[in-house]
Design a protein around this ligand. Structure first.
Ligand code: ADP
Ligand code: MG
Length: 342
């Protein structure tokens, strides 16, 4: 076969293969877009575990009419425009791939209204050239992305979807992670028209623990130890369970770096090490932790799904996390436990 350029829709489907694994990946991308748009309310409507429909509505800045088509094209983003932006990224998105990818493997409509516009507009793409169609629509300020029939044109992917219940539980987990990242945003999750989760917006740190309880369970928040340590521009705050109250499953392990949830080996190792020998074989470190550091000291452009980071000073970060968690455990020890040694 001679070398030829792939049709746009096929190139987008290939890109979708990397980041859009299942309905939960769609939810993650769409909700991150809502947050980047400054939304204070996000509503997620799921039908049949997401295979039939995933609809995400926000009250954010909206997308101007003449940028709707562009929003659906690959490598089109409003979030970065230069390498220096990429090196100090503030937004959750920046690749400009999610909407193009999702629309290439589903029937997607994008409806939006900016505060300046009188009228809302709707865009969708059809056919192999991914040319967007536009029509006027009715919608309050903000954006709705409606994704129907995910993987309808990629049977190989569709075959890997599990039961509705399983797919929905993945979506629920995605929302937990996001809910713990943004206490100030109200989230609502519906499945087949029934409200399944409602996280009210909370404004003050004292109220955060309420949402943590909602997400992680009262057994975590009842015995939890608070952490808040600072070293120069680096801060670690959040909550850890003492060893005896740790969960038997590794299901409450939320680590955020500058507002992004991470599954980072280095950070996981630091927390595990802080528990030392006190953690029984049958228990897993249990924590909700937030690391904040200058954006230019960390590289998030490592992985398309953005689960990993690279710290410029990995060793120091590791040791700071280790020392901070240890310190929290020590400070928590009841006085009587500190027996005199002689
Ligand atoms: P990225 O988030 O990496 O920029 P996306 O494909 O997810 O790429 O989105 C493309 C663009 O569409 C974004 O840069 C943003 O300008 C716009 N956009 C997407 N979703 C929303 C939304 N919910 N509200 C406002 N703008 C949005
Ligand atoms: Mg995005």
């Amino acid at each position: 076969m001679p070398i030829q350029l792939l049709p746009i829709s096929l190139a987008n489907q290939i890109a979708a293969g990397e980041v859009i694994e299942r309905p939960a990946s769609v939810v993650k991308e769409l909700v991150e877009n809502c947050l980047d748009a400054g939304a204070s309310q996000v509503t997620i409507d799921i039908e049949q575990g997401g295979r039939r429909r995933i609809r995400v509505r926000d009250n954010g800045n909206g997308i101007p009419r003449d940028e709707l088509a562009l929003a659906l094209s690959r490598h089109a983003t409003s979030k970065i425009s230069s390498l220096s932006d990429l090196e100090a990224i503030q937004s959750l998105g920046f690749r400009g791939e999610a909407l193009a990818s999702i629309s290439s493997v589903s029937r997607l409509t994008l409806t939006s209204k900016t505060p300046e516009q009188e009228q809302a507009w709707q865009a969708w793409v059809e056919g192999r050239d991914m040319q967007a169609e536009l029509a006027p629509a009715s919608h309050p300020q903000g954006t709705t992305v409606d994704v129907q029939d995910l993987f309808f044109n990629t049977p190989a992917r569709r075959k890997f979807l599990r039961t509705d219940k399983t797919e929905f539980s993945h979506i629920d987990e995605v929302l937990r992670r996001i809910a713990l990242a943004r206490f100030d945003v109200r989230f609502q999750l519906l499945h087949n028209d029934k409200i399944v989760r409602q996280y009210a917006a909370v404004q003050t740190p004292e109220q955060y623990i309420k949402r943590v309880g909602q997400v992680c369970g009262g057994s975590f928040t009842d015995q939890v130890i608070s952490i808040d340590e600072q070293s120069g521009p680096v801060r670690l705050w959040g909550w850890v369970a003492p060893a005896h109250a740790c969960r038997h499953q590794a299901d409450v392990q939320y680590f955020y770096v500058n507002g992004r949830m991470m599954r980072d080996r280095l950070l996981g190792h630091a927390v595990r090490q802080a528990y030392g020998d006190s953690l029984g074989e049958d228990r897993a470190p249990t924590f909700v932790l937030y690391l904040e550091l200058p954006a230019q000291d960390v590289d998030v452009n490592v992985h398309p799904a953005k689960h990993e980071v690279r710290f410029h000073q990995a060793r120091q970060i590791h040791d700071f996390v280790l020392a901070s968690v240890r310190q929290a455990f020590t400070a928590q020890q009841p006085q009587s436990a500190a027996e005199p040694t002689n």
